[in-house]
Design a protein around this ligand. Structure first.
Ligand code: FES
Ligand code: FES
Length: 148
């Protein structure tokens, strides 16, 4: 099937029910999207599907064949994503970094939908897990990106 990822078309030959995460990582080498739980629990695998934050570990690739898929590799090319990345750097958000590509994707999706989110909006949207406990820095960076 043909997938539209980061503005380019990609041909892949995979089983239709293959999780998008494995197509991105194993077929296309887009390893910025991480595997954490494989159960839609942690959010490490978050990508944007038509602008919506989506857990790619439980998304059958056939379900996104007609969609625009955005991964962390292209997020700095997005005007909102660039602001998020800049805010992440300013606030030195990452610790080990493993969860952070998913966090950046979730923050970008939030700010695209809600450019001036309340603290409650941030709390309800930024639900990806971070074993390093960077939650306060994440919230501060989202507020910073919204101001920018
Ligand atoms: S790896 Fe997809 S939610 Fe954890
Ligand atoms: S920065 Fe280590 S898991 Fe989030």
């Amino acid at each position: 099937m043909e997938l539209s990822i980061n503005g380019s078309k990609h041909q892949v030959e995979v089983e239709p029910d293959t999780p998008l995460l494995w197509v991105l990582r194993d077929e296309l080498g887009l390893t910025g999207t991480k595997y954490g739980c494989g159960l839609a629990q942690c959010g490490a695998c978050t990508v944007l599907i038509d602008g919506q934050a989506t857990r790619s570990c439980v998304t059958p690739v056939e379900s996104v064949a007609a969609a625009q898929i955005t991964t962390i590799e292209a997020i700095a090319s997005d005007v909102v994503g660039q602001k998020v990345v800049e805010a992440w750097v300013t606030h030195q958000v990452p610790q080990c970094g493993y969860c952070q590509s998913g966090q950046v994707m979730a923050a970008t999706a939030l700010l695209k939908q809600s450019p001036q989110p309340s603290d409650a909006d941030i709390a309800s949207a930024m639900v990806n897990l971070c074993r390093c406990g960077t939650y306060n820095a994440i919230a501060a960076a989202v507020r910073h990106a919204a101001r920018a």
